[in-house]
Design a protein. Sequence first.
Length: 396
Amino acid sequence: MKPMPSLIPRFNLEYSFNDLIYGVESIFAKSNFDFSQLELIFGKQHIFFTNLGRSSLYIILKALNLPPNSKIGVPLYLCTVVFDAIIKAGHVPCFIDIDLNNYTLDASDLKEKIDDLSAVVVVHTFGRPADMDKINEIAGDKPVIEDCAHSLLSEYKGKKTGTLGDASFFSLAKYISAGGGGMIILNDDELKENFQREMSLLNTPSILNEIGHSLYTYIYSFLYHKPWYGMFAFPTVSFIRKYIKNDNITKKEFEVTKIRKSDLGVFLKKMEEFREKVEQQRKNSQILIEELQGTSVILPYESKGTWCNYFFFPIRFDNRKKRDVADKYLRKLGVDTAKKYRKTPLAARQIYGYKGDCPKSEKCVDTLLIIPNYYTLTHDELLKIANNIKKIEELL
């Protein structure tokens, strides 16, 4: 593949040189971190930090003291690392279908399967809040865990996601680009001692690990921007995937530790201006929605009573062939895209015990495409994205 300096990256990763410096300074800071800002957002909850979002889910499941091999309900349309965290905690993932209107857990499918489950993981996919009232009602006394990896600052009926279940977890490497880390919010006071016990068992990353991680994150972020993304990063990855194929689908091992001080410091600093960036991303998303009205693509919308942070901007097509044509030609026209979780159903069948009972999730995998909408895009770039999708209409 020839270099494309103007290629718009599919995702945003904003870890600047200033973030690198601040992160390294945080490693050696002697004063305690200020968490008052989190209290203003989420209220007076019990908050814990780990090295990864999946590590946070592992801690939550261990702290719940469920019987070994308990069945944990989880959407099929998801990154497989969540399944790995469930297994690492000694339990079994059981798959729930999604609602194609907002890509989150389908309450009606949960209702049919709830009797076999010991807990439920609800994912606010792409930042779109799930129907928590129905889900909590169906779950009854069974723990409900919110996966808020995509939904930092999203709201459901005036309440922040992360405060609507028994416990929740966030991935700080995602939208806010803190470099890494996971955050747990505990909404059940009776479980506080269990969480403190599990956290006390975790190791602290070394200073060398912290510095190396910060450097890697900065370099990775640097290469994920124009012109380097289209000139170097994307062609290199494409070459490797083409000539060094690895079709083996395996579980992903990971180490559970406390959060790196560098990640925590950058996260807290970025939270000071994060709301403004989310507002800009919402404006960008509205531009795309307005420009793409009247096309054949299925556009996202906000459900009544929700406020979406628009972490990702999903569009859907009538079938897989149309989606794949759009994916191919958008990239040729300078817009990179992503077919999110396209390998998950196959992986779930082969190694996680999926029985094929989530047809809407499989349809989503075949027809959905993520297009860029992030807050650093210019108005001209947004119009380029929308206009190129309109051009592709002629091919479809």
